[in-house]
Design a protein around this ligand. Structure first.
Ligand SMILES: Nc1ncnc2c1ncn2[C@@H]1O[C@H](COP(=O)(O)OP(=O)(O)OP(=O)(O)O)[C@@H](O)[C@H]1O
Ligand SMILES: [Mg+2]
Length: 451
């Protein structure tokens, strides 16, 4: 493989700025900050673990592995490898139309990063070179496009199996702009929707703030797919439940468009003026510099608690606040049948002076499906002799939550979610079998948690 070069840019409050240079070989990835970037003390760097103030111009070296040829933070900008990932399908279709399409494997991944690595979640923008970067930022905001709820776009989204898109379909994709990438299992796109109470399915390019005097806001838009029928309704319920309990939850909207169930969740990684707010997943922080960590479930929960303490030594994060927040999420994940609270479903937001745990996202109750029927995506020590309740309270210690407080949190959340199973069963859009399985699993769990 020949060496590959790229540049990383980001945005200050007023202007785009080059963060650093990147080179990837088949053995390693190297990154170094530019001196220009180092003069700004107020912008987050490539990762919370690589603070520019400490790192300075030293090159950071990441040893390439099959799964993580690049730093986890950059891998997060490449569309996920599962077959129903809509962005991967779109962008590999576009690559296949090139005169010399890239070979499968790293060559393709790299080209995908060049296409999807900017204007995505968070504040890291990757480009082939500085010219491409400046051209990207110089693009004047064009008249924004709007896609109505009756558009061919929705038919295109319904076509879940196609790996080869027609030119007409690709034109639709161009219409909504260069779709930045979002990881994960569920088909989704980053778009803007009208900032109103009710949503009729109208969408526009991400970053749109206004069309004909109507305000728009950026969202992550998730589309129900055949594998997980009913997920949009279930995730919507779980967002509501978290909100009722005082968690910070983004605004969210449901719509049903041409029989397609859709959930839109307001993005918290953008300011009102469309400036990026840094966001980095727990996985990126945990896996950076730890070669044995390869997947988003390669950690025990107790180690996640230890990571928060370690991180607070080099980043401006309060480990007690972060620990308490993560512990509360864990308890809720158990009580709602989430089973999927892995390291990519928790993130850090903001920086470098005010880093905190990001608001709730992806609280979907995945235990409704047999293949995700896990008590917890990340393992923790369960003391069989003393039972689950005792073990969960003990787990609090790893997050700085003493036994008394942990018991109180558990009891409060148990009380507040008493009718959760009934609310699940009442969701008529969710297939009956799915509702019944989730309700039964949640009830069984609750009996294990009763004093
Ligand atoms: N409201 C939001 N604001 C900013 N970023 C978000 C928001 N919701 C999701 N994201 C980002 O998008 C990514 C994918 O979204 P999400 O986790 O909700 O779905 P998913 O990953 O497909 O589900 P799964 O984790 O089951 O695979 C998240 O990991 C996160 O980086
Ligand atoms: Mg997720």
């Amino acid at each position: 493989m020949t060496d590959r070069y790229a540049v990383v840019w980001t945005h200050t409050d007023t202007t785009p700025i080059k963060m650093g240079n990147l080179v990837a070989t088949d053995r390693e990835m190297r990154f170094s900050y530019t001196t220009e970037f180092l003069e700004h003390q107020d912008i987050s760097g490539l990762s919370l673990l690589l603070p520019p103030t400490l790192w300075q111009t030293r090159p950071f070296i990441h040893a390439a592995t099959e799964i993580l040829p690049l730093l986890p933070r950059l891998m997060a900008l490449i569309p996920g490898k599962n077959s129903n990932n809509i962005q991967r399908r779109i962008h590999t279709s576009l690559l296949a139309k090139l005169p010399r399409p890239p070979a499968p494997g790293f060559e393709t991944e790299w080209e995908l990063l060049m296409m999807t690595g900017h204007n995505g979640i968070g504040h890291i923008d990757v480009f082939r070179d500085d010219r491409e970067a400046t051209a990207f930022y110089a693009t004047k905001p064009e008249p924004k496009h709007r896609v109505g709820s009756r558009s061919a776009f929705w038919n295109f989204l319904k076509d879940e199996t196609s790996q080869e898109f027609s030119n007409a379909a690709l034109d639709i994709v161009r219409l909504i702009g260069p779709t930045p990438s979002v990881g994960g299992q569920i088909p989704k796109l980053l778009v803007a929707i009208p900032d109103k109470k009710k949503w009729d399915g109208t969408i526009a390019e991400p970053g749109t703030r206004d069309i004909d005097g109507a305000a728009y806001t950026d969202v992550v838009m998730k589309v129900d797919d055949a594998q997980y029928r009913g997920l949009a309704a279930l995730e919507d319920l779980c967002l509501d439940v978290h909100q009722e309990l005082g968690f910070e939850v983004p605004r969210h909207w449901r719509a049903s468009i041409d029989d397609l169930a859709v959930l839109a969740i307001e993005r918290f990684d953008r300011t009102k003026n469309n400036l990026p707010i840094p966001m980095e997943s727990f996985f990126s922080v945990y896996a950076t510099g730890q070669q044995q960590v390869r997947t988003t479930t390669d950690a025990e929960l107790e180690q996640v608690g230890a990571m928060l303490v370690k991180l607070s030594e080099i980043a401006d994060i309060n480990p007690d606040h972060a620990g308490l927040e993560v512990y509360r999420r864990l308890v809720m994940a158990l009580l709602t049948g989430n089973g999927d609270l892995h390291l990519e479903n928790l993130a850090f937001l903001g920086g470098p002076k005010n880093i905190r745990v990001a608001p709730v996202f992806d609280p979907a109750p995945m235990r409704a499906w047999d293949r995700h029927d896990l008590l917890s995506a990340l393992p923790f020590y369960i003391d069989d002799k003393h039972g689950l309740r005792h073990s969960l309270v003990k787990l609090g210690e790893a997050f700085g939550v003493n036994n008394k407080n942990a018991t109180e949190i558990l009891q409060n959340f148990m009380d507040a979610t008493k009718n959760y199973s009934e609310r699940v069963v009442a969701l008529s859009e969710v297939p009956d079998e799915t509702r019944q399985k989730l309700a039964a699993r949640v009830k069984a769990l609750r009996t294990r948690l009763i004093k």
